[in-house]
Write a new protein. Structure first.
Length: 428
């Protein structure tokens, strides 16, 4: 009985938190959504962006809140850079400052890139609401729900790892041997090394650092959402091509002789119309993928360089503090884990886009064209053109020079590890 009451209380509490969360994050981006499918994929991103002051859709008092958040975040970044230039104590302090500055700098660059291509990202978010996007079957609906759940689960995982890192980061200054240590190295324009000033400064810094850290996380999860959104569309399109003959046959309910179905004029018109729509959707999807690749090329090159630097210097910080300060080592390990995981999911989903885009050709080949439909005018040429387009791998690149894949990720880790061993030898 007591267990049942505890479960009921827990469910009521969770529902109350859910209602509260939805109430305080009711952004205009959701009201302006193009439909249920955009909301399904982007709702969590829109809500988290809103609470962090990064929503582009809201006006009024929200603009004041957003401006204040961005102002404090910018000031924090400026104080971090000033400290790294003017007050470095030793190489360990330089490495710690670089870890924070680099990840914040690349996040600002990626955010600015998102603003520059805002019209493109708006178009990409609305892509699933196209008339040719066919999810009438239960199988395709399940595919959409599957990828939406994958997106939601990885979003929670990114935020979870990031917040664990922040907890260790906030605890470390309170348990180390330095009397007035802060969360990060800062060059502040006032003296905070008194008990009362330190307490106020520490609390304000925790709040601002919380915002700038989640700013980094939301940039990561937003990019992941667009990649998974694209993967889902390729997956649905492959299923549509594979079942185009079957779907057209089901639309001809009065015809029973499947052996001569391809001779039925009604079936021919339905098949050709459906195939035209799928071909147009395939071309539109390829254009969207190329546009996304173009918009991400520069930021991904910056992310590649930043990840190399971060993995190297964070690993150095973790290795050098392992026997000296277990809390700082734990903080560094969480930070290292977040950066490794953050770049992994980008490479993972970029490789999945390549796989899903290539699967279109296989789906067309398995579309039962051998049942006679290939003799229908324009059908054979349309199928061959789709296969020809699908045979060219669609790769996301960093700066047009490096393919983003799991192989690229493993090479990055190996290179960073090599640089880390050089740094540790240099220190010794």
């Amino acid at each position: 009985m007591h267990s049942f009451i505890r479960i009921q209380t827990s469910e009521v509490t969770m529902k109350a938190f859910q209602v509260l969360w939805e109430k305080i994050t009711q952004t205009k981006a959701l009201e302006n959504s193009s439909g249920e499918l955009e909301t399904l994929f982007f709702e969590s991103v829109y809500r988290v962006s809103y609470i962090l002051g990064l929503s582009h859709s809201d006006r009024g008092l929200y603009v004041i809140y957003s401006t204040i958040v961005k102002l404090f975040v910018s000031l924090l970044f400026a104080f971090e850079v000033t400290h790294a230039i003017l007050e470095p104590e030793d190489f360990d302090d330089v490495a710690a400052s670089l870890n924070v500055i680099v990840i914040h700098m690349i996040a600002f660059y990626r955010y600015k890139n998102t603003l520059y291509f805002s019209d493109l990202y708006r178009k990409l978010a609305e892509a699933m609401e196209s008339e040719t996007f066919d999810i009438v079957t239960e199988r395709r609906k399940k595919i959409v729900v599957y990828w939406a759940n994958v997106n939601d689960n990885f979003l929670k995982l990114v935020l979870g790892i990031g917040n664990l890192t922040l907890i260790a980061w906030f605890i470390y200054p309170l348990v180390d041997d330095v009397e007035y240590n802060l969360v990060v190295g800062l060059k502040l324009p006032f003296n905070y090394r008194t008990p009362r000033s330190y307490m106020v400064t520490y609390v304000i810094l925790v709040v601002v650092f919380y915002f700038i850290s989640h700013f980094v996380m939301i940039v990561d999860v937003r990019m992941q959402t667009y990649l998974l959104h694209l993967i889902c569309q390729f997956n649905i399109l492959a299923d549509c091509f594979e079942n185009v003959v079957e779907d057209s046959r089901n639309a001809v309910q009065h015809y029973d002789n499947n052996s001569f179905l391809h001779l039925d004029k009604n079936f021919q018109e339905i098949l050709k119309k459906r195939l035209r729509g799928l071909v147009e959707q395939h071309k539109s999807l390829l254009r969207s993928a190329l546009d996304l690749r173009r918009s991400l090329s520069g930021p991904m090159l910056g992310q590649l360089v930043a990840s190399s630097v971060l993995i190297c210097f964070i690993g150095y910080q973790a290795a050098t503090t392992l026997t000296e300060n277990i809390t700082k080592c734990l903080m560094s390990l969480f930070f290292l884990g977040y950066n490794l995981f953050g770049f992994y999911i980008i490479c993972r989903w970029c490789e999945e886009i390549k796989t899903q885009s290539e699967s279109i050709g296989t789906a067309v080949y398995c579309s039962k064209w051998e049942t006679g439909v290939a003799v229908i005018p324009t059908v054979r040429s349309s199928l061959m053109m789709v296969i020809a387009r699908a045979n060219k791998p669609l790769m996301m690149t960093a700066g047009g020079m490096y393919d983003l894949s799991l192989m690229s990720y493993s090479n990055l880790v190996k290179t960073s590890y090599t640089a880390l061993t050089v740094l540790l030898r240099f220190r010794n």
